[in-house]
Design a protein around this ligand. Structure first.
Ligand SMILES: [Zn+2]
Length: 248
């Protein structure tokens, strides 16, 4: 039996303040790229469950952080080392998180970017003049030491703010342990477990922390659950209602 532990990882990094006006060579993109005036989607009605925890905000006047719902959440996949049998799995997991939050995800295809804890949130040479997309990688303990042992994946986001405005998530990452994933795919139902792992890590990306309740997918240890629980869904629906941040 494969034991899947999935550890949250917020890639803590403030980016502030946003430069104004935007100058060539700036380390942040021009403001408001892709921003709409109203949220692009609507979260589903939240189940009446409190079995969830949101990542705490590091600032006192804001309890939790979310992605800007007024612009799409772009994502890219580094396909290197993707296990045979995992085709389409990331996209299926993204669709689950999109449905549960109302956030609109856009698949920007593949990338050559490697995972990193010190990721530049603005890489115009690779992604154009906008915040970097969520980066999903099939990695390994050799590349990301945090994946050593029973850790099957890591997920989290950076955050940014413009002065006086709420913190919002930008540039998340999901780092999957490809050697572990190969083993998972060998067991009966393994693809569903692996998809659930990606859903778990993506839920970290959009702001959901672990909850000490084995009935939820955000339980720290995988108990064989392959779908979001009521508490997970309540938390994800809330995370779809974050503030819009046109100033970023
Ligand atoms: Zn986790």
């Amino acid at each position: 039996m494969v034991f899947l532990y999935a550890t949250p990882s917020l890639f803590d990094r403030f980016v502030l303040p946003v430069a104004l006006p935007h100058l060539p060579g700036a380390n942040v993109p021009p403001r408001g790229v892709g921003a709409n005036e109203v949220p692009l989607g609507t979260p589903p009605p939240a189940p009446a469950s409190t079995a969830y925890r949101l990542f705490e905000s590091p600032v006192e006047d804001q309890e939790w952080i979310a992605y800007d719902p007024c612009r799409p959440v772009h994502y890219v996949v580094r396909p290197d080392n993707a296990p045979s049998g995992s085709e389409g799995l990331v996209q299926e997991a993204v669709a689950e998180v999109s449905a549960a939050t109302g956030l609109q995800f856009v698949d920007d295809g593949t990338t050559t970017e490697a995972p990193s804890e010190e990721r530049d949130l603005y890489q115009p040479g690779l992604y154009g003049e906008t915040w970097v997309p969520v980066l999903i990688t099939w990695s390994s303990p050799a590349e990301i030491p945090g994946l050593a042992g029973d850790v099957a994946g890591l997920g989290g986001s950076d955050y940014a703010q413009s002065p006086g405005q709420p913190l919002v998530f930008v540039g998340g990452q999901v780092q999957l342990d490809a050697p572990d994933a190969v083993q998972t795919l060998l067991i009966p139902g393994g693809r569903a477990y692996l998809k659930a792992l990606v859903m778990h890590e993506l839920a970290h990306v959009v702001g959901l922390d672990h909850i000490d309740d084995p009935h939820e997918l955000m339980f720290e240890e995988n108990t064989g659950r392959i779908s979001f629980g009521e508490g997970d869904r309540a938390g994800l629906a809330l995370l779809g209602t974050g503030p819009c941040a046109p100033g970023l």
